[in-house]
Write a protein that binds this ligand. Structure first.
Ligand code: 2RA
Length: 344
């Protein structure tokens, strides 16, 4: 069976990756409708030997659509209800619906059964959350997790094509001895912007009253929802780094009881979508320069935290645009197709 698919945000970094993955993974689409804001409407996109014209998204854009892939951003709030009313299942990358109790928040390898609770919308978690829970879930199945301390090193691709372009332009300017210009990071909507080339910015998204950023609270709240454990104590520090596409995360995990490193490594290797890359004696560990464009997440630096009982450190790296966004979204649709969960 083939499905009529709409992509909202077809011209951005995530939308472009949807198309690459649909082709790479032979996603069974019949009709493909590319939608974007007025600004990007009219653009021609060559895809699988056909020329598609990107249409401006309107409330009527979803008639006859089975699966609506939303790349994210504020447009999701406006168009999701129209797509649901037209009978489509919306898989949304934006943060709009993630904490809505009526909307499942899904990493297909971690909590696929939650998909069945959907009422038309399924939310794709934040990229840094997805990459972390891919490492947590195989370990949580060995021992319940009591506390997590995570620091992230997040690629500029999280800020879209504009973030990627800024890193390139600033690196070029710096190497040519010119002033680096900053217009995007830490967040386009903020009054101050800082260069990311040769720099780190300890702010992703806006600050909240508790002095955490929205990004940090997403990691805390979304992880508890995906893993169905509101008791887990979590603290996060999310940092933007001059890396193009993969997010890296240093995770300290306190379990309910002690574990053996070999059992933890075996559990991670046995879990789909993640694998160990961990051999310190041969300087083997995951690095973002080499994990980009890959489907899997990678874990290294697994070791005991000698400062606390039942506690371990690990380093996990994953492609932000793929597993962090477009791949996870498409995999949700793939799981629905495989299980017959799309049939009305
Ligand atoms: C970022 N996680 O990295 C956010 C949104 N993709 O900017």
């Amino acid at each position: 069976k083939k499905y009529n698919v709409a992509i909202l945000g077809a011209t951005g970094a995530v939308g472009t990756e949807f198309l690459k993955l649909i082709e790479e993974r032979n996603f069974p689409f019949a009709e493909l409708r590319l939608l974007a804001s007025k600004r990007s409407a009219g653009k021609q996109i060559e895809f699988m030997g056909k020329t598609y014209t990107v249409q401006e998204a309107t409330k009527d854009s979803f008639e006859g659509i089975d699966i609506a892939l939303f790349a994210g951003g504020s447009v999701s709030k406006e168009f999701a209800p129209y797509a649901v009313r037209a009978g489509a299942v919306v898989i949304d990358n934006s943060s709009t619906f993630r904490m809505d109790p009526e909307v499942p928040l899904v990493v297909p390898e971690v909590n696929p059964e939650d998909i069945l609770k959907h009422k038309g919308i399924i939310a794709n978690p934040n990229c840094s959350t997805i990459i972390m829970v891919m490492a947590l879930k195989p370990l949580y199945d060995l021992a319940r997790i009591k506390r997590i301390v995570v620091s992230t090193y997040q690629a500029v691709s999280g800020a879209g094509k504009e973030g990627i372009d800024e890193l390139t332009d600033q690196t070029k300017a710096y190497s040519e001895g010119r002033e680096m210009e900053a217009h995007i990071l830490p967040s386009a909507s903020l009054p101050k912007h800082y260069p990311i080339a040769f720099n780190l910015i300890p702010q992703i998204d806006v600050f909240l009253d508790n002095l955490y950023t929205k990004e940090e609270m997403k990691m805390i709240n979304e992880t508890r929802k995906i893993m169905h454990d509101d008791e887990m104590r979590i603290t996060a520090t999310t940092v933007r780094v001059p890396v193009y596409r993969s997010h890296s995360e240093s995770v300290n995990i306190e379990f309910e009881h002690d574990l053996e490193l070999k059992d933890m490594a075996a559990a991670i290797n046995a879990f789909p979508g993640i694998q160990m890359m961990d051999d310190p004696s041969n300087q083997i560990y995951p690095m973002p320069l080499y994990t980009s464009e890959k489907y899997d997440c990678f874990v290294g630096r697994l070791r005991r935290d000698e400062s606390n009982p039942n506690t371990f450190n690990l380093w996990v790296v994953g492609d932000q645009i793929r597993k962090g966004a477009a791949l996870n979204t498409l995999q949700i649709a793939e799981v629905m197709i495989k299980n017959g969960w799309l049939e009305k």
